[in-house]
Design a protein around this ligand. Structure first.
Ligand SMILES: [Zn+2]
Ligand SMILES: [Zn+2]
Ligand SMILES: [Zn+2]
Length: 442
């Protein structure tokens, strides 16, 4: 029996589960499989699994081309990715843009951008901002198939800065970087310290290990050791970030770049000089769905808070927090997916025990005056919050008492008892619930 005699859904099942194999190469290597190219129904079905049912705005290319060249390789990009940029982190969201009369369809990667707060609004604007989506990279076909140098359809990757005209396209690059033990260290007057890795167990609940990488051959990553560069400067005037190997393994990751370096300009600016020569690594970010359970209903559990939340961290602006529930330890943890020079991405921002807690009367009054105002119902959990001086060096970190109040299924407040301050957290509900374009940070 030939493979081409198999029912097409069986063949499809085999093909879509092929690992990093180049599916196009496989099809051309076998004459029996080659005939499958003409079975548009197979490729249309395979494309429909990724939501592509129409190739009008993909230059009317065949579904064989659309699937094998674009979707099979790059559709795993669709979703959220968290970058390991030192201190700040960085988020990129990929989605499938079906295209329209003005624009060719593509897989588009958009950077999340938040406004940097002004000094005068650090006191009163306690509500987080929604992200702006800044186009960073596009993966697709040319608008006209006749422009392709080969009849098979060539996937083009380009960066999308506002300044680029159609005749002046920047080549973009998507690579899968191999696993690595490369780490970043901070060289300071009081010694050198490893910067928290990202991801680093056990604070890696945000990392979605079930999501696949694009089907590209991984680029090997040699580890860099810049320790010798520091020897002439044992006590630097200002802390410097440098590269050295560690014993913390990081899995394969995505790298996203433009030949002219445009993508770095989307990430927040870092105040520390950074000597590290390697590209930023992006990892799949878990987006836990939000169950519609009222937190004051009997069936509610702390696990229902799992997912991505946004909060306005005063002078640092809006940051993204992954809330994780550890059932065994009965603890609810806020993990920073993006961070700042005081408490960086990858660090714990707070950690509370979900056993019911009692308040003493003065705490109770303080909480009501500040954090709970008119709220009638809430759940209160006690724990610690992380603060640090700039640099997050081990001796700078402090763990101060906090009380977390669950206000609704989409709102938390964390009251920092020593500071007499509180932060509001709102669940990130996805981008469809709001207008997609805003102009306040352009
Ligand atoms: Zn490349
Ligand atoms: Zn560019
Ligand atoms: Zn904006």
């Amino acid at each position: 029996m030939k493979i081409s005699d198999l029912p097409y859904d069986v063949v499809l099942h085999i093909l879509v589960h092929l690992p990093v194999v180049d599916i196009v190469h496989l099809l051309s290597a076998s004459r029996a499989l080659h005939s499958l190219k003409l079975e548009e129904r197979i490729w249309k079905d395979a494309s429909a699994r990724y939501g592509v049912c129409d190739s009008t705005f993909l230059g009317n290319r065949s579904f064989y081309i659309v699937y094998t060249r674009l979707l099979h390789v790059y559709a795993p990009l669709v979703g959220m990715w968290a970058g390991d940029h030192s201190f700040t982190g960085h988020l990129i969201e990929f989605r499938l843009d079906p295209g329209d009369n003005g624009e060719t369809g593509s897989i588009v990667g958009e950077a999340w951008k938040f406004r940097s707060p002004e000094p005068e609004d650090s006191d009163d604007s306690q509500v987080e901002e929604h992200p702006c989506f800044v186009c960073a990279i596009k993966i697709g076909f040319s608008a006209h198939p006749e422009d392709d140098p080969d009849s098979e359809g060539l996937v083009r990757i380009s960066c999308c800065p506002d300044t680029v005209t159609p005749n002046d396209v920047h080549a973009g690059h998507i690579h899968v970087l191999s696993e690595t033990t490369q780490s970043t260290f901070l060289h300071t007057r009081s010694g050198t310290f490893k910067h928290p890795d990202f991801p680093e167990a056990p604070l890696d609940a945000w990392h979605d290990k079930s999501r696949a990488m694009p089907r590209l051959r991984p680029t090997p990553q040699a580890t860099v050791d810049q320790t010798s560069l520091l020897l002439p400067h044992p006590r630097p005037r200002a802390p410097v970030l440098f590269a050295a190997p560690s014993d913390v393994p990081k899995p394969a990751a995505l790298s996203i770049s433009c030949e002219f370096g445009c993508l770095q300009s989307h990430a927040p600016v870092l105040g520390f000089p950074n000597r590290t020569p390697y590209p930023s690594r992006y990892y799949p970010l878990r987006l836990a769905p939000s169950p519609a359970v009222n937190p004051f209903a009997r069936e509610w559990q702390p696990a229902h808070l799992t997912g991505l939340w946004l909060s306005f961290y005063n002078m640092h602006g809006t940051e993204c927090i992954f809330v994780d529930w550890d059932a065994a330890a009965r603890r609810l943890r806020g993990l920073k997916v993006t961070g700042d020079e005081h408490v960086p991405r990858g660090a714990l921002t707070w950690d509370v025990c979900t056993d019911p807690c009692a308040l003493d009367p003065s705490e109770h009054q303080q909480l009501f005056a500040h954090a709970l105002d008119e709220k009638r119902e809430y759940r209160l959990y006690r724990g610690v919050g992380t603060t640090s001086q700039r640099g997050f060096l081990p001796h700078q970190r402090e763990y101060t008492p906090v009380i977390l109040a669950v206000i609704s299924r989409n709102e938390l407040r964390v009251f920092w008892l020593d500071e007499g301050d509180y932060l509001k957290y709102h669940r990130y509900e996805g981008r469809s619930t709001r207008p997609e374009r805003c102009h306040h940070c352009e």
